[in-house]
Design a protein around this ligand. Sequence first.
Ligand code: IVH
Length: 689
Amino acid sequence: MTERAQRRIEELRKQIDGHNIRYYVYDSPTISDAEYDALMRELEALESEHPELVTPDSPTQRVGAEPQSKLATISRRVPMLSLANAMYEKELRAFDERVLRESARSGPIEYLCEPKLDGLAVELTYEDGRFVQGSTRGDGITGEDITVNLRTIPAIPLRLHTDAEIPGLLEVRGEVFMNRADFDALNIQRAEAGEPLFANPRNSAAGSLRQLDSRITASRPLRIYCYGSGRVEGMTFTSQQQFLEVLPQWGIPVNPEYRLCQGVEQVLTFYHELEDRRGSLPYDIDGLVVKVNDFALQVELGERSRSPRWAIAGKFKAQQATTVVEDIEASVGRTGAVTPVAHLRPVNVGGVTVSRATLHNQDEIDRKDVRIGDTVQVQRAGDVIPEVVQVVTEKRPAGTKPYRLPSHCPVCGHDLYRPPEEVVTRCVNLACPAQVQGRFQHFVSKGAMDIDGLGEKIVEKLITTGKVQSVVDIYKLSFDDLVALEIERTVHLKDEGPTQKMVALGDKVATKLLAAIEASRETTFARLIYALGIRNVGEHLARVLERAFNGDMERFLHATRDELEAVHELGPIVADGILRFVEDESNVAIIKELIRAGINWARPEGTEPAAAPLEGQTFVFTGTLERLTRAEAEAMVERLGGRAASSVSSKTSYVVAGPGAGSKLDKARELGVSVISEEEFLNLVPGNS
Ligand code: IVH
């Protein structure tokens, strides 16, 4: 029994480690999040049945138990150096000339160039392939011991992949960072929880890593890319390129955006190329690191006290600028949330003209004390909405007042309300035109009904002219309704330059729009659910609901709280939002009207509505399945109207037990629940017997 469990545990650990590598090192996952979770759950279950088989390098052992009282210091044998900075082309050329001179080479030098990530430098120590220690850079010689925090980062392997030969000792260095999208989501979460916001992904990564409680670190979406080494025993490398090629084979992530360049001209080409692409990378970079590729030449060139002579950082121009806040507008979104937006004197930030920046909420305005008339520093990071970093208080004109959000909705005049524990102020009038417009815009957006060409201006005009009042009216629009609709457009007149004019949509645009509306009738259950704008139900959860309810609208509309909360990934808050939505009769009426207007969707995977043979039955899977993965089996149950649960109770209809089944099987026997094999389960399912 234990032997079998041990085998399965090791197999699961291997699979999970492999999936981590495919996800974090090669950016090409081969299974869904749900399938990954199922593997983790199975491993957790097995390990809790066999605590003696738990090892520190098991993927279940990432989160430490007890918070520390302070971070210990470590000292290292090979100091972590820093990099000299080169500003722009001229200094990169000077660097190359120096390398050529000092090395007495005549031909072009081979450089390995890497993006300079803006995060926190760390060192990871592996002994015989096991991750044993991790630390911050600190002053280079002494750093802080953050082993327990680094263990929580899923991209860091707790043991090296050993298909390739591994060194006995490996000190590998890299940068811990956060993707901008993850950073934005984290800040939104923090704003909702009333917690102070992080200024940028770098601060947020650094703050997350230096926690005393590793459970906090574990909840933060940290990543790592490695680029250097400390001490390595039992293996030697001849070049940076060779080193970067080996790391991924051990499961250690390396930023794939590196390039081998022959001579300084190729370096400069890459430098400019990367600066142009900067905004489209998922993470922040602030320059290009240029390293002499050949390790022998590196040794020859040597080091200064704090930085090597064989490397340099070519910095990019800052994506910050200073400008003036001309006004602050309270903008009302589709959920009624009121966001203060600064109107700025237009300024060029990293190649983009910025004229607006978000101020987030009243608390953030108070914290930064941003006032109309202030000179402020603004910052743009790729596709993130620009934001005000800080006020240049020395430049504040006389007579300014602290800014306060209005007490009434600037759009409809209704009272604004800020619940005591929240940071968000809302207009509570559901009929507020700003909200109506926002809901329409969301309804037609790409991830929702995806009506191409139905832009902001057209939607606004349709609403103000009364042509649409409810989203259903979109499907009743005729060619005549659209063709004469007048929209403000910028037209280029010969002598006057660009001018704003009211222009009718015309035949061509109207025909195209009608076709787009027509095409959107055929949709998916998930798109429709997302389009409805239920609180906290984004595109992902909409798909989860589609699967859980098998695309059956009636079942969804009549779901009970228990049924909703039983859906994997749905918590009480989301369930609450859904219940509030479906309990409102006008919402149900809109859904029914949409269906009457021809909105239709196919059942996921083509099962017919009547095919719900497992309705009312609850299944628990335990042990190893041979023909299906756990996730496939659970999805199958849900598709056929049944429920897949993770623990056994008297309400469980069947426990499906495979080899290695443990406590769940005992529990089932104790409660008298029917226990069946995978074979027998498949026989219950139509089409499988
Ligand atoms: S190499 C001796 N490579 O930049 C070489 N550093 O200013 C020292 N950094 O402390 C580091 N990306 O935090 C290197 N691809 C990269 C890097 C990188 C970011 C950071 C790192 C270091 C700082 C040096």
